[in-house]
Design a binder for this molecule. Structure first.
Ligand code: ZN
Length: 447
């Protein structure tokens, strides 16, 4: 039996929020309205929230109190991000070494919601968020999911590794009446799994296809090889860089555009494409995002820089000037969609993906992969692992047309990007293995 979408949206989801005392839908309604305000109005409102979170952090977090004092900043006088320019960035190491001092003394640690993150970056972090903050974060994700064309209440298909199984009756009921998610486990994609997935798709009729960018691609490619297609009303790619070549295949198979989304576990959703697909709107309701040069000064529009986020809604564990580790490009364009939320042009590198060139500089994995995979048609997939400075292990899935010539060109291309002294070890493999999370990683630096 399939519950009608309008019943889910109008009845079951609101009832469930009342039952759980959640502010998710209420926040969602606010966010939906806010997105049409002007950029200036949204910035003004964010600046007010900034003053409040800074004052709260000063009052209840020993770590921030010391930081504000050392920087000579009166938190009540912080009226815009520029007023925080002398406050040191919050690094992953800071978080790891000062966790208990960062947490707000207004909350008992037990009542905060934990998240373990950052395993792939080499620095595993324990992050906490107060319960209302978690619901607000969920609402922000829902708002941006709707930009893809999907509507709340429609079922979802999640392409994920090790998807959760509903065990308790409550969770089963929740799955049936509220969440309505069907899964494809990317740890086991074979013909049988795809047949089962397609059969379930026909019954469930998901509106949204959702998952790690590369996992959605793997599904799309498998369908394309069989001459099959899918018909979601929205596609949201998350959690990793969406390669241009993969976007094309997904869009061919599904007949609609992919909505690329950017975020991390530590703070509320950072950015997401709208229907225009020209850059990503920043979630200014929940975050103030700074793009900084290496000397700490703000980037100009169009200039690539370090992404630094101040989250405005987590009072349990304030995240002020948190250096995500990723890089991106700010924008001063306004979007044709009419939303006042500011834009960023693109993500240029994710913290987990950088490799170290022979001269010691960092090179973004996305540009290495885009410049090699796309240029050489004889290579189906590629993964580059760096364990010691001048040696790269290249795991490569050969395609038709692969041979010595392609390999030589590939290595020359990699030397151009990473330095002539770089040595290579090539492994021909049948497929690129996934992480435990189901995520694929194309470049891995273990230095
Ligand atoms: Zn837009």
């Amino acid at each position: 039996m399939r519950v009608p979408d309008f019943l889910v949206r109008q009845v079951f989801q609101p009832l469930w929020d009342v039952y759980e005392g959640s502010v998710r839908l209420k926040t969602m309604d606010e966010l939906e309205k806010n997105q049409w305000k002007t950029g200036a109005e949204l910035q003004l409102s964010a600046n007010k929230k900034l003053t409040l979170i800074c004052q709260h952090a000063f009052d209840t977090s020993p770590f921030y109190r010391a930081r504000f004092q050392e920087a000579g900043i009166d938190p009540g006088q912080v009226k815009s991000p520029a007023d925080l320019a002398s406050l040191p960035l919050l690094t992953k190491l800071d978080v790891r070494e000062n966790l208990s001092d960062i947490l707000s003394t207004n909350y008992c640690k037990d009542e905060l919601v934990p998240a373990k993150t950052g395993g792939s970056t080499g620095v595993a972090l324990s992050i906490f968020c107060d319960a209302a903050g978690v619901e607000k974060r969920n609402a922000a994700a829902l708002r941006s999911d709707q930009w893809s064309g999907w509507r709340m209440g429609q079922p979802l298909a999640a392409i994920w590794g090790n998807p959760p199984q509903a065990v308790t009756l409550k969770n089963k009921l929740r799955g049936f009446l509220k969440d309505r998610i069907m899964y494809l486990d990317t740890m086991r994609i074979d013909d049988q799994a795809i047949d089962d997935f397609l059969a379930e798709w026909k019954t469930v009729k998901p509106g949204l296809l959702y998952g790690h960018a590369h996992s959605i691609f793997i599904l799309a490619e498998a369908l394309q090889e069989r001459g099959l297609s899918l018909n979601p009303t929205g596609i949201v790619a998350t959690s990793m860089m969406l390669l241009a070549k993969e976007r094309v295949v997904i869009e061919e198979v599904c007949g609609i555009k992919v909505t690329n989304r950017y975020g991390c576990e530590e703070v509320s959703l950072i950015g997401c494409e709208c229907e225009e697909h020209k850059g990503m709107h920043l979630n200014l309701d929940h975050n103030i995002v700074e793009f900084l040069r290496d000397d700490g000064t703000p980037c100009a529009p169009g200039e690539d820089g370090r992404i630094v986020v101040t989250e405005l809604i987590n009072y349990g564990m304030p995240m002020i000037r948190y250096e995500v580790g990723d890089r991106g490009v700010p924008s001063d364009r306004t979007c044709a969609c009419g939303r006042g939320l500011p834009l960023m042009e693109s993500i240029t590198g994710r913290v987990a993906d950088f490799l170290v060139a022979a001269d010691g500089s960092k090179v973004a994995g996305i540009s290495i992969i885009e410049n090699s995979l796309t240029r050489f048609p004889g290579i189906k997939q590629l993964q580059i692992v760096q364990k010691i400075p001048l040696l790269l292990t290249v795991n490569l899935v050969p395609d038709t047309g692969y041979g010595q010539e392609v390999e030589d060109e590939l290595l020359n291309g990699l030397r151009d990007m990473l330095g002539a002294e770089m040595q290579f070890e090539i492994n021909h493999v049948e497929k690129i293995a996934q992480e435990k999370s189901g995520k694929y990683r194309f470049t891995i630096c273990k230095l």
